[in-house]
Write a protein that binds this ligand. Structure first.
Ligand code: B1M
Length: 208
């Protein structure tokens, strides 16, 4: 098996130390940083697919994401020097009044794994904070998570606040009580039921 294939495997299986070792050694051998990034992203893509198919669950995804994150810590400065940077930005947060951030963090990690620049505003994020972040970053997408039925209206308020600010930013929503029908009702651009689908959705939205 080639080193790149082994790197993909190590992410897929959440083998953090092996992934970090391969990235370090390959950089010493002057392997192209872009190729290493592609191998890492491929590993996270497989993790996303397996999660979507219920073949693995949240803990395995978190372990893989940690392996990805540590590998990226080493790779990132090299990518920056080489001028390779994420092409698209996503602002993400859990909406106002809502402190649940485990699902949102999972979505953020998977997006980073897919090489998106993620501006994570955390939880309990007010509509105007989403607007400010979208304006300042120029992100193409604002992604919102809600776990409480009582905080879902804040998604509508955020969609409206973005429009009122004259931004053409696309919006994606998700979280256990959120449905596609609700997304349509409030005028959100997209809905995703899980973190892997969220990555597919963001890819579709930025290429549309
Ligand atoms: Co809370 N809580 N909680 N809670 N809590 C729920 C959500 C609840 C369903 C439990 C219950 O009653 N059965 C219930 C909500 C009822 C409702 O509104 N329908 C509830 C309640 C009522 C509350 C409090 C009000 C309790 C109280 O104080 N009386 C309170 C509210 C606090 C607040 O937010 N203001 C509260 C507090 C908490 C804790 C702080 C203790 C803790 C949160 C810790 C944290 O997140 N840092 C907590 C937890 C852990 C839960 C449960 C047990 C687990 C949620 C979770 O993390 N799931 C939850 C019950 C349950 O779901 N079984 C519950 C795992 C996570 C990976 O899944 O977030 O759904 P999830 O994310 C998924 C998808 O939804 C999707 O992708 C993820 C992975 O595939 N997804 C997106 C999520 N965001 C997305 C965004 C996207 C796309 C997909 O695009 C942008």
């Amino acid at each position: 098996m080639s080193e790149l294939a082994e790197l993909t495997e190590s992410i897929k299986n959440g083998k953090r130390k092996i992934a970090v070792k391969i990235v370090t050694e390959e950089l010493e051998k002057n392997t192209d940083a872009g190729e290493l990034l592609a191998a890492l992203v491929e590993g996270m893509d497989i993790v996303g697919q397996r999660f979507k198919n219920n073949e693995i669950f949240v803990p395995e995804v978190l372990i893989a994401a940690r392996a990805m994150k540590e590998s990226m810590t080493i790779l990132e400065p090299i990518l920056v020097t080489a001028g390779i940077k994420p092409e698209h930005k996503v602002v993400i947060g859990t909406v106002k009044g809502d402190l649940h951030d485990i699902g949102k963090n999972l979505v953020a990690m998977m997006l980073k794994g897919a090489n998106f620049e993620v501006i994570d505003l955390g939880s309990d994020v007010a509509p105007d904070a989403f607007v400010k972040a979208a304006q300042e970053s120029g992100a193409e997408i604002v992604a919102m998570s809600a776990l409480l039925t009582t905080t879902m209206p804040s998604m509508r308020e955020t969609v409206e606040a973005l429009k009122a600010a004259g931004l053409s930013t696309k919006t994606m929503i998700g979280g256990a009580p959120v449905t596609r029908q609700y997304a349509e009702e409030i005028g959100a651009t997209g809905f995703a039921a899980d973190a892997a689908t969220a990555v597919d959705m963001v890819r579709d939205l930025v290429s549309a």
